[in-house]
Design a protein around this ligand. Structure first.
Ligand code: NAI
Ligand SMILES: O=C(O)/C=C/C=C(\O)C(=O)O
Length: 483
């Protein structure tokens, strides 16, 4: 069986402590690789390698750093299908989705940050003082140093490249910890870095779960942490870095709302909502789990969305026609099934799904789940308040715009929202009234990588993307020169 190793100081290292964990295909339940777990010494070596590489890398001209990143993007593109296969094996997601979303976005992320980083300007102000004196203020941005990058299992390569490319173009060195459930594309990415000629130690990859994560975030050599994952783990990371007061960037969970007004083109809205609820088996932080629908079209939207759910093709992820894979693990399925039971206990009417599908003998040990829609719930119910992170949504009627806004904003999260209407003014007005980091009108998950991305409330701290990433991954020193 293949062994996935840690990448430290530009090399894959073999550990002799014997601690390994299984890499399981969630579509079949079959273990197909094993992974060496990074212990304290390995994490320390990775941080030390990063620390030693950080100075020379920061002094490398930004256009050279950007050029190197473009070579990394070329290497991912050259090995595109290998990356796709690795992502499919780790996550069980359909091959078409891995191509269209995960690996394409990885290439785009790396190129986007090469561009953003190498074309960024700096702030400057001409300061005019009483008596005609003048001064020039300008800010020089410096990398943080060594950044810990901790990413989850739902979009493993997309999220890894989103953070690593931005950190590197800014002149930081990084230590990345992918999820223990999805280590494969991080290992391939390390190979792509070496092929592109990234100096040893600038990017290191350590494997493991929460224990390895804590060794990394608690390491005194870490100068900043960027994390995507659950709110509970985000809080633990914050506690780990608090004694050394290091900057954090957190993109956490969501309980995202869609608002559907009665002037929509029904077919178009239902198609968009179906993407928003079911993409990646509902395992995207941006996925919609609350759909507020104008009462006049409530039954039509519910019926239309239920039809779309039934049309999804669950099956072998390597089949080009498959639209929907399993959940990431049996453990996660137990959590989602717990919410199915809770929804029924809270009085939900299940309009489609609600259980475990019969997938036939080859896939029966996978963590499959039925796309599920509920009506009959209110904002008081726990399933309407807590993140499920599965292919589920509650549909709730409203009577007017103000009520819809109040219902959508009635949450402790604040990541994303979508508004569906053909009234231009209402679209802008309601999108702006959402207490979220990202608000879409008549679409969902349409991304411009230069835009700020992140959430408020329990959904996170800070923004990444475009200039927001450059701000997080650097510290400005303001210089004031009297003229
Ligand atoms: N993007 C998102 O919004 C995501 C949300 N989730 C939510 O979180 C729930 C739990 O999923 P998990 O895999 O347990 O997410 P998690 O937040 O615990 O895991 C994310 C990453 O953090 C690492 N990690 C875990 N404990 C850590 C610690 N103490 N210090 C540093 N790193 C640590 C994990 O190994 C993984 O790499 C899901 O059911 C879902 O609701 C999960 C993944 C992504
Ligand atoms: O488009 C992006 O940059 C990110 C999308 C999704 C997540 O961050 C997530 O699911 O965690």
């Amino acid at each position: 069986m293949r062994t996935i190793r840690n990448f430290v100081g530009g090399k894959f290292v073999e550990l002799d402590h014997g601690r390994r964990f299984d890499n399981v295909d969630p579509a079949t339940g079959v273990t197909f690789a094993e992974v060496e777990e990074a212990d304290e010494a390995t994490v320390d070596q990775a941080v030390t390698a990063a620390w030693e590489a950080a100075g020379p890398w920061a002094r490398t001209p930004v256009r050279e750093r950007a050029e190197l990143l473009r070579r990394v993007a070329d290497r991912i593109e050259a090995r595109f299908e290998e990356f796709v296969a690795a992502e499919v094996a780790d996550t069980g997601k359909p091959v078409a989705l891995a191509r269209e979303l995960d690996v394409s976005r990885a290439v785009a992320n790396v190129r986007a940050f090469a561009d953003v980083g190498s074309t960024a300007g700096q702030e400057s102000f001409l300061t005019e003082l009483p008596g005609g004196r003048r001064a020039l203020n300008y800010a020089v941005r410096k990398p943080l140093g060594v950044v810990a990058v901790i990413v989850p299992w739902n979009l493993p390569l997309l999220l890894l490249t989103w953070k690593v490319a931005a950190a590197l173009v800014c002149g930081n060195a990084v230590v990345v910890k992918p999820s223990e459930l999805t280590p494969s594309t991080a290992a391939l990415f390390a190979e792509a870095l070496a092929e592109a000629g990234l100096p040893a130690g600038v990017c290191n990859v350590v494997h493991g779960g929460g224990v390895t994560g804590e060794l990394l975030t608690g390491h005194p050599g870490i100068d900043g942490v960027t994390f995507t994952g659950s709110t509970a783990t985000g809080a633990r990371v914050m506690r780990a870095v608090a004694p050394r007061v290091r900057p954090v960037s957190f993109e956490l969970g969501g309980k995202n709302a869609a608002i559907v007004f009665d002037d929509v083109d029904l077919d178009e809205a239902v198609t968009g909502l179906s993407r928003a609820v079911f993409t990646n088996t509902g395992q995207v932080c941006l996925c919609t789990e609350r759909v507020y629908v104008h009462r006049r079209i409530f039954d039509d939207v519910a019926a239309g969305l239920a039809d779309r759910a039934r049309e999804l093709r669950l099956g072998d992820p390597s089949d080009e026609a498959t639209t929907t894979g399993p959940l990431i693990s049996q453990l996660h399925r137990q959590k989602v099934l717990g919410y199915f039971a809770l929804a029924e206990h809270e009085g939900a009417k299940v309009i489609t799904g609600g259980g475990v599908p019969d997938m036939g003998s080859d896939l029966e040990d996978g963590s499959w789940i039925e796309p599920t829609l509920w009506t009959g719930l209110t904002n008081e119910d726990r399933v309407v308040r807590e993140e499920v992170f599965g292919p589920v949504a509650a549909l709730i009627p409203f009577d007017d715009e103000n009520e819809a806004i109040a219902l959508a904003n009635d949450t402790d999260y604040g990541l994303a929202a979508s508004v569906w209407t053909n009234d231009l003014r209402r679209g802008h007005r309601v999108a702006q009234a959402m207490n979220v980091g990202m608000s879409w009108v008549n679409t969902w998950f349409l991304r411009d990588l230069r835009s700020p991305f992140g959430g408020m409330g329990l959904s996170g701290i800070g923004r990444e993307g475009g200039a927001s990433s450059l701000h997080f991954y650097t510290e400005p020193t303001n210089v004031c020169v009297q003229l």
